[in-house]
Ligand binder design. Structure first.
Ligand SMILES: *[C@@H]1O[C@H](CO)[C@@H](O)[C@H](O)[C@H]1NC(C)=O
Ligand SMILES: *[C@@H]1O[C@H](CO)[C@@H](O)[C@H](O)[C@H]1NC(C)=O
Ligand SMILES: *[C@@H]1O[C@H](CO)[C@@H](O)[C@H](O)[C@H]1NC(C)=O
Ligand SMILES: *[C@@H]1O[C@H](CO)[C@@H](O)[C@H](O)[C@H]1NC(C)=O
Ligand SMILES: *[C@@H]1O[C@H](CO)[C@@H](O)[C@H](O)[C@H]1NC(C)=O
Ligand SMILES: *[C@@H]1O[C@H](CO)[C@@H](O)[C@H](O)[C@H]1NC(C)=O
Ligand SMILES: *[C@@H]1O[C@H](CO)[C@@H](O)[C@H](O)[C@H]1NC(C)=O
Length: 316
């Protein structure tokens, strides 16, 4: 979708100019790019023939690692690691925040594994502790960063070549960092500092009106950082290659447009020959239009001048 909107593929660009995509939804997250090496694991390879060129694209979708499910897994993990079965200390929630949830709400998703000894619906009291370091540590426990021998990987043992080129990051990745004003190409250290500073703001400091969505800002933006850095293996340098966007060429970016383009065969596999002819006829039409407009303007000016003269105004 992004390369279609940017029109990068028309001219058979060098591989490193093809833009990669990073997506974070509610239930899953995706990474897609054109790697500089061969793709060793064919289950992550997607072959596309677009505008007469072949592309071997790396892509993987991690189920349950979308924002909502990941934060649910985090809560369940904190619950299971909690010394008291009815209390959850949540390091990613602001200090002073408290809520009661039930175990049935917490374990109602296939992404979270209920404890082996199921108990009747219990009420759990969740208390925020606003501790950014503990928050990062708790989030990292949701991932398995161990790779098999002699291969590079993303997480949970999924093969991934090293990231390469420019990336556009959208959906949840954009929204979380945009809320903290961090989508303007800020350095990774500034982003880290800003997220940490937000995490230590206590619940009472937020304006009472509309503060419910502020509860998750620390958790969600810390999750985004862990996912991009430890998960997808971006670093201080490649961080600057990630462009956080909502729109490309005035179109909202997401998976739906690409899905539709594919279903309707809107991207030709061969270089369209018509493009040149189309452009030429457009050019001719534009030239004719311009000529007509110039003539009209000239006529209009003449008429105005004549009127001014006849009504006694001084001529220009
Ligand atoms: C592109 O892939 C097709 C098969 O999908 C193959 O027939 C063709 O030769 C390839 N073209 C190039 C330039 O590699
Ligand atoms: C949670 O439940 C406890 C009693 O179980 C109650 O004292 C407390 O006020 C409740 N907290 C909230 C935020 O509703
Ligand atoms: C790792 O891969 C390299 C190149 O693909 C190969 O030469 C080497 O023998 C491999 N090492 C192991 C331990 O598999
Ligand atoms: C983590 O992943 C590695 C490699 O895929 C695997 O061998 C290991 O068992 C996993 N660890 C856990 C705790 O799941
Ligand atoms: C982001 O910037 C806007 C305007 O510059 C400001 O009103 C808002 O408070 C900032 N948000 C944060 C979280 O710093
Ligand atoms: C706060 O919430 C109310 C009602 O949900 C809404 O009308 C208002 O625009 C919100 N204000 C802000 C600043 O988001
Ligand atoms: C794209 O369309 C082709 C048929 O035109 C289909 O075989 C393929 O599965 C589609 N890809 C996706 C991701 O839907």
């Amino acid at each position: 979708t992004i390369n279609y909107l940017l029109e990068t593929l028309w001219t058979h660009p060098p591989a490193e100019d093809v833009v990669g995509a990073l997506d974070l939804g509610g239930a899953s997250t995706q990474i897609t790019f054109l790697p500089g090496t061969t793709i060793d694991d064919s289950s992550t390879r997607s072959l596309l023939r677009l505008y007469g060129a072949n592309y071997s694209i790396y892509t993987h979708s991690y189920l349950c690692y979308g924002q909502n499910q990941a934060l649910k897994m985090l809560m369940a993990s904190l619950h299971q690691g909690s010394p008291s079965p009815q209390q959850i200390s949540h390091p990613c929630y602001p200090t002073g925040y408290q809520e009661n949830i039930t175990t049935s709400d917490l374990y109602n998703s296939p992404c979270v594994h209920a404890p082996s000894t199921p108990s009747p619906a219990q009420v759990l009291t969740v208390s925020g502790t606003g501790d950014p370091s503990a928050c990062s540590t708790a989030i990292q426990k949701l991932f398995n960063f161990t790779c098999g021998a002699n291969r590079t990987c993303g997480f949970n043992g999924v093969y991934q070549p090293p990231v390469r080129g420019q990336f556009f990051a959208f959906s949840g990745l954009y929204h979380n960092l945009h809320f903290l004003n961090l989508t303007g190409g800020q350095s990774l250290s500034l982003v880290n500092d800003t997220v940490r500073q937000f995490c230590i703001i206590s619940w009472e400091k937020f304006p009472t009106m509309n503060r419910t969505h502020l509860r998750d800002v620390c958790a969600a933006s810390s999750y985004v950082l862990t996912l991009l850095l430890q998960g997808y293996k971006f670093n201080h340098t490649t961080w600057l290659d990630i462009h956080f966007v909502q729109q490309v060429a005035n179109v909202d970016v997401g998976w739906t447009l690409g899905y539709m383009l594919n279903l309707t065969n809107m991207i030709p596999s061969e270089t369209p020959q018509r493009v040149v002819g189309l452009q030429r006829s457009n050019w001719v039409a534009a030239t004719v239009l311009l000529a007509v407009m110039l003539i009209l303007i000239f006529c209009l000016l003449t008429v105005i001048c004549c009127q001014k003269n006849s009504s006694g105004y001084e001529s220009l």
